[in-house]
Ligand binder design. Structure first.
Ligand SMILES: NC(=O)C1=CN([C@@H]2O[C@H](COP(=O)(O)OP(=O)(O)OC[C@H]3O[C@@H](n4cnc5c(N)ncnc54)[C@H](O)[C@@H]3O)[C@@H](O)[C@H]2O)C=CC1
Ligand SMILES: O=C(O)[C@@H]1CCC=N1
Length: 265
């Protein structure tokens, strides 16, 4: 029987997202390095990204699928169909997990052989430190045991969140693109502090820990973010001066518009 101790995970595509997932699984001890293999376009790069951690590089998608029980499809969305076409029959026996944005269950039904067990997800890069999110489409064709195995293994490195098909895209955008926006926030906040004389490295350290702490506080308390903001704004104090300035610059509407632009692109 397949379990966390013996499941073999194969990444088809080993770029930023797949490497973050593999790194996260190893960091939290969800699986051992010898349970992971991967393929990518550039062999030398793949070897450099796998062998030092004890992961096994594979020559192509077929070798990866043949060597795995759970196959993670981690190529760019426009490549999914052509990369999977030659290995459709092999994948009928596997658990296929897609991490490609904009590739829900229905698209895979057209690409994969009938009866293939597959799940569409959108993860994010903080999985590499065991603090990820994997938005998962609730419509999937994994058996209960396969889903439980996926949740057990990947749930150690990420919040595994089921969402309706209609919400997969926006949940994936929030979770998957969000780290880029959060990183821009950290960078900009640090720029402001550097301008005021704080050393750059210290500014990043403080900004990042502030983000971690604020997120943890919200998750632990379930507090309304507006109430959290109010709790920091003393009457006539410093924070409200910054809040008013951010509002003048359209801080919140810039984020709302960013999600709108992504979803309507
Ligand atoms: N980067 C991120 O934060 C997130 C990425 N994703 C999804 O993950 C997928 C991969 O994205 P990234 O890792 O960012 O891209 P990337 O460009 O870093 O990685 C793509 C990988 O696919 C490999 N590849 C290309 N052609 C191939 C082929 N014929 N056979 C095998 N491998 C091949 C490349 O060598 C590379 O390793 C995309 O579908 C994207 O939508 C989803 C959520 C977040
Ligand atoms: O930018 C992208 O296309 C991918 C999907 C979600 C995050 N990164």
């Amino acid at each position: 029987m397949l379990d966390a101790k013996n499941v073999r995970i194969g990444f088809i595509g080993f770029g930023n997202m797949a490497q973050a997932m593999a790194q996260g699984l190893l960091a939290v001890g969800a699986v051992r390095a010898d349970q992971i293999c991967a393929c990518a376009k550039n062999w030398e790069k793949l070897c450099a990204n796998t062998r030092p951690q004890g992961l096994r590089p594979c020559r192509d998608a077929a070798e990866t699928a043949a060597s795995a029980d759970l196959v993670v499809v981690a190529v760019k969305p426009y490549l999914v169909e052509q990369v999977l076409a030659p290995i459709k029959e092999l994948l009928k026996e596997k658990i296929v997990v897609s991490v490609a944005a904009g590739m829900p269950f229905e698209k895979y039904e057209q690409i994969l052989a009938p009866g293939t067990h597959h799940l569409s997800t959108v993860p994010n890069t903080p999985i590499s430190v065991g603090e990820g999110i994997i938005a998962c489409e609730s419509r999937h064709s994994l058996t209960q045991e396969e889903w439980a195995l996926f949740e057990e293994v990947f749930g150690k490195a990420a919040l595994v969140q089921l969402v309706d098909t209609a919400q997969l895209s926006v949940a994936g955008t929030l979770a998957g693109c969000g780290p880029a926006f959060a990183a821009m926030f950290i960078e900009a906040l640090a720029d402001g502090a550097v301008q005021q004389g704080l050393p750059r490295a210290l500014a990043y350290r403080l900004a990042s820990q502030m983000m971690v702490g604020t997120g943890r506080l919200q998750l632990a308390s379930g507090a309304h973010p507006g109430a959290m903001k109010d709790a920091v704004c003393s009457p006539g104090g410093t924070t409200i001066v910054g809040v008013a300035e951010l509002e003048r610059h359209g801080f919140r509407s810039a984020l709302i518009d960013a999600l709108d632009a992504i979803e309507n692109r």
